[in-house]
Design a protein around this ligand. Structure first.
Ligand code: AMP
Length: 383
């Protein structure tokens, strides 16, 4: 699915191109259609999954569909965030996605003077991102009014609980119209948060993505730095050497998958490919051979792999690194089904270093480097 398929306003699509986003992350493809339709959403997702865009994009889309001018001190969208860092990031994201539109966003948090924040909403504004404490100060000062809020977002609700913000939030919510759209995001759903969500949401659509860090933690991960031209040799050596179990190899393209299978077959290693250009029959055959163990190496693209449910995959090899970090976690998660542990090895060439950095940021860990046979000593990695 692409951002165009989601039917987002062309001005947003332009901003996404400028931001270099090609594909929606899983939380985005799940949440955006519901938010665009005006439904309440309860989302389980952590920072790093792309959840900010999952709510910010469809919110801007909705505001653009029905332009309105706000009276002094009023806003159409209120986003509550537990920390000032997150509030700033969310505000920045809104500004970035709305940069080709007239939609305006501002942020308010404690620890800095209130005057500038009050002036920013003096003429009315579309979006306010705020931490609960400072928002209550502004409510008391009557520098902000929330009686025209159409959309309320609560981000990192579990973190709000940890910081003791549940009472302030309940108080804020009483000043917002009951007729509104509410989007509620939390990384986990402890009982208190479930209760809060129940009180705030009406018939919400539930969306969830795998808590990425926990999936990644259970899998032994390695990266081999090598040039693209050497990847086939490195892959073959791995499959002939330490990678002896049932192995799923991921490539970015269908042709890439075919080329890998051809190369392995020529070298005497039987492998099958599964991707969108294969007929249903071919796909079923490849999958059956993989499941039965007749063929221990299956080469797949991301889309094709989504439907594969095979237990006992011991190794995942990323022949190419994905450009969406979430995809990496979904790929390697194929080895860790039903509590089993697995090994994931990624081949990374020079051009893919940026993808590797994005992945390491997402899983909050550095992936140790391993030396592939068939290549010289590892080169120094940029920090
Ligand atoms: P978040 O979980 O909202 O904090 O986002 C994590 C990071 O992913 C941010 O740096 C975003 O700019 C980036 N990001 C969000 N969505 C996408 C996408 N569809 N493609 C590429 N990067 C994205």
């Amino acid at each position: 699915m692409s951002f165009q398929d989601l039917g987002l306003n062309p001005k947003l699509l332009k901003a996404l191109v400028a931001a270099g986003y090609n594909t929606p992350t899983p939380i985005q493809s799940q949440a955006i259609p519901h938010v665009m339709q005006g439904r309440d959403v309860q989302g389980i997702a952590q920072t790093g999954t792309g959840k900010t865009a999952a709510f910010a994009l469809p919110i801007i889309h909705r505001l653009l569909a029905q332009p309105k001018r706000m009276p002094p001190g009023a806003c159409r969208v209120l986003v509550l965030s537990p920390t000032r860092e997150l509030a700033s990031q969310i505000d920045e994201s809104f500004r970035n996605y709305a940069k080709f539109t007239d939609i305006r966003s501002t942020v308010m948090f404690g620890g800095v003077p209130k005057g500038r924040q009050a002036r920013a909403i003096q003429m009315g504004i579309d979006i306010v991102v705020a931490t609960p404490g400072r928002l209550i100060d502004h409510l008391q000062d009557r520098t902000i009014r929330l009686d025209l809020v159409e959309i309320l977002v609560l981000d990192e609700a579990d973190h709000m609980l940890d910081l003791g913000f549940i009472v302030p939030i309940r108080r804020i919510v009483t000043t917002i119209p009951k007729e509104r759209q509410t989007l509620f995001f939390s990384a986990t759903m402890p009982k208190e948060i479930g209760t809060l969500a129940g009180a705030m949401l009406k018939n919400p659509a539930q969306v969830a993505v795998t808590p990425v860090a926990t999936t990644a933690e259970r899998i032994e991960q390695r990266v081999i730095l090598c040039e693209t031209s050497r990847k086939r040799i490195v892959l073959f050596d791995l499959l002939k050497g330490e990678v002896s179990g049932r192995t799923l190899v991921f490539t970015r393209t269908k042709h890439g998958a075919d080329r890998v299978v051809k190369h392995l077959s020529e070298a005497g290693l039987f492998a099958a490919a599964i991707h969108g250009n294969k007929s249903q029959g071919q796909r079923e055959k490849a999958l059956a051979e993989f499941k039965s163990g007749r063929c221990r190496v299956l080469v797949a693209t991301d889309i094709a792999a989504r439907g594969i449910d095979v237990d006992g995959v011991s190794h995942v090899i990323n022949f190419d690194l994905p450009n969406v970090p979430e995809t990496y976690v979904h790929r390697i998660g194929r080895t860790a089904r039903a509590g089993a542990d697995g090994v994931a090895i990624s081949l990374c060439d020079h051009e893919e270093r940026a993808f590797l950095r994005g992945i390491e940021k997402l899983i909050r860990a550095k992936i140790p480097e391993m030396q592939g046979s068939g290549q010289q000593a590892p080169r120094q990695r940029a920090a």
